[in-house]
Write a protein that binds this ligand. Structure first.
Ligand SMILES: [Zn+2]
Ligand SMILES: [Zn+2]
Length: 150
């Protein structure tokens, strides 16, 4: 399955091959502040499955001992994705820019210790008080695949 997305003005568009996409919601304070919202929806995508066209601007910042590169549309400044120095082969997509974002429910909720009180999480979806380890995240992905196969 190939899925696609774009910034608000459409000057930057991307396609991702080899779905499914594993969208997760991050409720950390950083995501709340940077998105100006209650939480952020991300999807991890392998670099070689990600094809993005259009002019972008990059913003680099350091946090938690890592280097982050955030990528925006040059025209409308929609934030499309970021990369970090810990996982160089990965794109961390802003899942709200996906065309099919309405059909993708988060397969995990992370940093629920910072979750806003009014946000009610669905039953049966893994939650993590902080960042899960790669192993824990892998278990959540496997559970999501099993749910979608049912
Ligand atoms: Zn744009
Ligand atoms: Zn976060």
């Amino acid at each position: 399955m190939t899925v696609s997305g774009a910034c608000e003005c459409g000057a930057v568009a991307y396609a991702i091959k080899d779905g499914p996409l594993h969208v997760y919601a991050c409720h950390c304070l950083n995501c709340q502040t940077r998105s100006g919202s209650a939480f952020a929806e991300h999807a991890m995508v392998q670099d070689d499955a990600f094809d993005c066209v259009g002019s972008v601007v990059e913003f680099r910042r350091a946090a938690d001992g890592m280097q982050f590169t955030e990528v925006f549309c040059q025209e409308c400044h929609t934030r499309l994705y970021n990369r970090n120095s810990m996982l160089p082969g990965m794109v961390f997509l802003r899942a709200g820019t996906l065309q099919c974002s309405q059909q993708l429910g988060p397969m995990a909720h992370i940093w629920t210790s910072r979750k806003q009180a009014w946000v009610t999480l669905p039953d049966g979806i893994p939650t993590f008080e902080h960042s899960p380890s790669p192993e824990e995240f892998g278990v959540a992905v496997a559970a999501a695949l099993e749910r979608s196969a049912r």
